[in-house]
Ligand binder design. Sequence first.
Ligand SMILES: [Zn+2]
Length: 187
Amino acid sequence: MTTLLQEILAYNRTFLEKNAFPKEISKYPGKKFALLTCMDTRLTELINKALGIHRGDAKIIQNAGTSLIEDMGETVKSLLLTIYIFDIKEILIVGHYDCGVAQTSSAAILQKMHNRGIADQQIALIEDDFKAWLDTYTDPAQNVLAVVKKLRANPFIPGDISIHGLIIDPHSGKLDLLADGYKDTKG
Ligand SMILES: [Zn+2]
């Protein structure tokens, strides 16, 4: 039986033989924007094609639910890096319809942890975190607007950075604009 890892390594050898990617490309995003979106399986390839993003164009950050819970968590820190080190000028927050995170509760995931043998005293330590994240997340569009608002209020993000909110259909790739960042750019 071939494991996933063997399959990937074997694929990689043939990929290298016929690789058509240019060897040198800048790490500074050509289109000067960062994209925060969900880790949803259906967005792979689709979101790039639907938004016209090519290799070298943008910094892309993906997490579960296009979430931004902590004001200075890794997602925000990554965005700050894109602004201050990689010179991006705009941020696109792109949620998607039918997001699995909106359909998940903290009770469901914590119960599954318990069932898999994770100690209850460990689970108790993260219970509030998971409640604050999953139990308040019911509508992907509202989440996008909340993330835009949170970033706009972040004192470390300069006012001249435009922050846009959009939502994508994970089947068709159709985008709906929720918040036009040019309208409330502070600078
Ligand atoms: Zn999602």
